[in-house]
Design a protein around this ligand. Sequence first.
Ligand code: SF4
Length: 380
Amino acid sequence: MLPETATPDTAPLPAPAPAARVDVSSLSLEALSRFVTEELGERSFRAGQVFRWIHQRGATSFEEMTDLSKALRAKLEARAEIVPLVKDLEQRSVDGTIKYRWKTRDGRYIESVYMPSADRKTLCVSTQVGCAMACGFCMTGTLGLKRNLTPGEIVAQVHAVNRAVRQLENLETYRPLSNLVFMGMGEPLHNFENLKTALSILQAEDGPNFSHRHITVSTVGLVPMIERFGRETDVKLAISLNASTDEQRSKTMPVNRKWNIEALLEACRKFPLRQGRRITFEYVLLQGFNDADEDAHRLVKLLKGIPAKVNLIPYNENPGLGFRTTMDERAEHFRDILCEGHVAAFIRQNRGRDIAGACGQLANRGGENPAETSQSPELP
Ligand code: SF4
């Protein structure tokens, strides 16, 4: 666990130096239209063609775009690029979960987790390489933040897994994934601009066309960003709460020293919820730390007045982090107290535990260990 004085630096990272060629996989359809018309001098419908090739058909090169003229493809090759994400490792769990590890062009590693079930095919997506939030129960937090992922790298995870699932399950549909959860490596709201662009691509009719109802973004509680997220996107919000007192929460989630539970829940009360929608609160159960009856009773009081659903997550023990998982019986009793207090509560199934693909376990382990795993925690 980090010393109690450490507080994550939540300031946005400086923008990277401009690339020589424009990464068109990172552009919203509007931005791509501007590029195609203003920079390439082409008619705007060409932007739609390029967009559909990349974001519906999963093209990773201009060469594949066979309905574009050779001259236009050459022009694109000279002025633009599609930044690749290369599959580095694939691990399959006995429960059907598949964890993918990707290598970025600058030699970083990130992970995404595919979780099929009877009624949905969900992908857990990463938004940063590592994470600055340093939550004490999470392996990703031990890596420190290396850099933000670009919109192209965020959506490329979705495209690559769509392609893999299509082949694996012999499906015709171009988009077998039905749901996206932004709960992988990184704090999504700490990379808000890129997240927002990625969402606009993923929700575009000319792209994968995911419904806002099928996308959930999870945050540890960057309070000012929650307000912007509510104003500027229409997807679902999940809060990683994990404690019923500030003392507890500050011990495991340094972000709480900047924005405490009261400030966080105030932001939730003001959040512009769509009709019939609730905020999901994730609560990782840590044995003897936050799983007592009193915690459940306090939680009932804290969530009063917020349309809420609580997901209780049995902790996935990680070597060296020092927390133990709550026993099943205790978890059920905890849930019952919430339900008696009229808070909808569910114990979430653990997925991909055997491949370190479950919540809090993403740290580029398995196979050959890439460089990031051996680096010490580092806050920006
Ligand atoms: S739980 Fe999420 S926000 Fe916290 S360190 Fe892990 S990846 Fe970052």
